[in-house]
Design a protein around this ligand. Structure first.
Ligand code: ZN
Length: 500
């Protein structure tokens, strides 16, 4: 059952309660310009909270006998209020008392939509779009690659997500994704910071298999005899597999075992770590960041071996046919993709988890197929597209800054390519000096320019202090435009995914 709430205090009792709290605040802060956002009101035993602009500054205002847990200025005496900065310490306190502001596991039965936020200001626009649908948000989705390229920490990411949830008034529950983590160590760090989802990227443990048939058979023969006996019985003689459209022969089995055996071991260790920590976490297995399309046999083998090891995963991301490049639409034959997806969904349904689609932003041609084949039960990740909407707003509001960003992107493109596989043909990007200011936003409609600005964010957000501070300044001045643009852009995704 889907549970989602766009929380408004629209019943009479709620409204009166909120009004009374607002009046109390107004009666205490009589001299200060106030803008209290009533739809963010939240209350638990011994504590009330609301989001407000106090003298132009963003503040959390709490009262009640638990309000001492928050750090802030006391106003109105002992039974007054506490006006608190929206910082890390208060975020931790907020998470503890108002559970909906802390990340939570979302489970297998509901569609979920992942959003990255490289600037820490995208959460509200993303939530506004998602709150209108039956999909649940995964907000703080950040890979280690993105963390290191932006110079941010898990604390920064979770602070931004928690405050965005509080400020938007969304109380339907959200996830936070430690994305593309590759080792137990990385995963433990993410878990200790409070993420509710782990995406295990298996690319480091996928083994290369000798192409020569004899060599391959030799490598396979070195595996323990009882292991080989078991998998041969399990995969070569199982009639049920044919119903799933899966057909192993000896060569396919040898190949699959050699490539994926260690991925199964690692995923099992990760699952055991999560269990040991007694955490409720959505575990996703990612096979997408490899050079090869994920065969159905490989998908089934990984899923079935995990099942044998009593590992319960929440989702699995295959690498589909065609190309899911960053920031642009699907490249390839949409019918072939749909057929491939259908077969992967069949396996996922058999084991009960969701199919996950990575680099899912802007894949408008593929969304109807995703909606149809997953029957609305999927996880889809987007990330850089929220950054590109910021770039689009900058190109409209501050042409000079856009030009400097574009130039910096061109200068750093080759370095950025080490982290991202994209086509990005710079010869197709019109030279900056030939483009008038009012035409700069058009760059964000062109694939090559989008990818150029998409993958070079690290050089603007971490290495170039001057550009970074100008970006923050212009976006804080135009935050409403950014939020509206983002809401519209994410909404377009959700609409085509048939979630609205
Ligand atoms: Zn991925």
């Amino acid at each position: 059952m889907v549970i989602y709430t766009w929380y408004f205090n629209d019943n009479e009792k709620g409204t009166k309660t909120v009004r009374r709290y607002v009046e109390k605040i107004e009666s205490i802060l009589t001299e200060t310009p106030l803008d209290i956002h009533e739809d963010t009101y939240a209350a638990v035993e011994g504590l009330r909270a609301i989001y407000a602009h106090v003298d132009g500054k963003e503040r959390l205002i709490v009262d009640g006998n638990k309000s001492f847990r928050f750090k802030g200025d006391i106003a109105g005496g002992k039974s007054g209020i506490r006006v608190c900065p929206m910082d890390h310490e208060n975020r931790v306190a907020l998470n503890r008392d108002f559970a909906y502001t802390a990340p939570t596991a979302l489970g297998r039965d509901v569609a979920s939509f992942g959003c990255g936020d490289r600037l820490g200001i995208a959460g509200i626009g993303q939530l506004r779009a998602i709150a209108k649908t039956k999909v649940r948000p995964v907000l703080a989705q950040q890979s280690l690659r993105e963390l290191s390229l932006t110079g941010r920490t898990y604390e920064d990411i979770l602070d931004a997500a928690s405050w965005a949830v509080f400020k938007s008034g969304y109380k339907g529950g959200y996830g936070a994704d430690g994305d593309h983590l590759k080792s137990l160590e990385e995963i433990e760090t993410a878990l200790d910071h409070g993420v509710s989802m782990i995406t295990l990227d298996c690319s480091l443990v996928l083994e290369d298999v000798p192409e020569d048939e004899k060599e391959r058979a030799g490598a396979y023969a070195q595996l323990p005899a009882d292991y080989r006996e078991r998998v041969e019985k399990e995969y070569l003689q199982d009639e049920e597999l044919r119903d799933l459209g899966i057909d192993f022969d000896q060569a396919t089995l040898e190949n699959t075992v050699l490539v994926y055996r260690k991925a199964v071991d690692l995923a099992t260790e990760v699952y055991q770590l999560i269990k040991k920590k007694r955490l409720r976490v959505d575990l996703e297995i990612s096979l997408d960041e490899t050079t090869h399309t994920t065969d159905l046999t490989a998908h089934y083998f990984v899923a079935n071996e995990l099942d044998e090891n009593l590992v319960k995963i929440n989702s699995l991301a295959p690498r589909f046919v065609g190309e899911f490049q960053k920031a642009i639409d699907y490249i390839g034959d949409v019918d072939a993709f749909q057929e491939d997806l259908r077969a992967h969904c069949k396996i996922a349904d058999h084991f009960g988890y969701k199919i996950s689609i990575h680099s899912g932003s802007d894949k408008f041609m593929a969304f109807p197929s995703i909606a149809r084949e997953t029957k609305g039960r999927f996880h889809l990740k987007t990330s850089g597209t929220s950054w590109l909407e910021a770039v689009r707003v900058i190109s409209q509001c501050d042409p000079a800054l856009y030009r400097d960003m574009h130039q910096a992107a061109l200068e750093n493109l080759d370095r950025a390519r080490a982290f991202y596989a994209v086509h990005c043909d710079t010869s197709k990007i019109r030279p900056l000096d030939e483009v008038a200011d009012e035409d700069l936003p058009k760059y964000m409609q062109e694939d090559d320019a989008r990818q150029l600005l998409h993958i070079t964010y690290g050089y603007m957000l971490k290495e170039n202090e001057e550009i970074h501070s100008r970006i923050c300044k212009v976006l804080s001045e135009h935050i409403d435009e950014y939020t509206a643009a983002l809401e519209k852009h994410i909404e377009k995704h959700l609409h085509l995914l048939d979630c609205v």
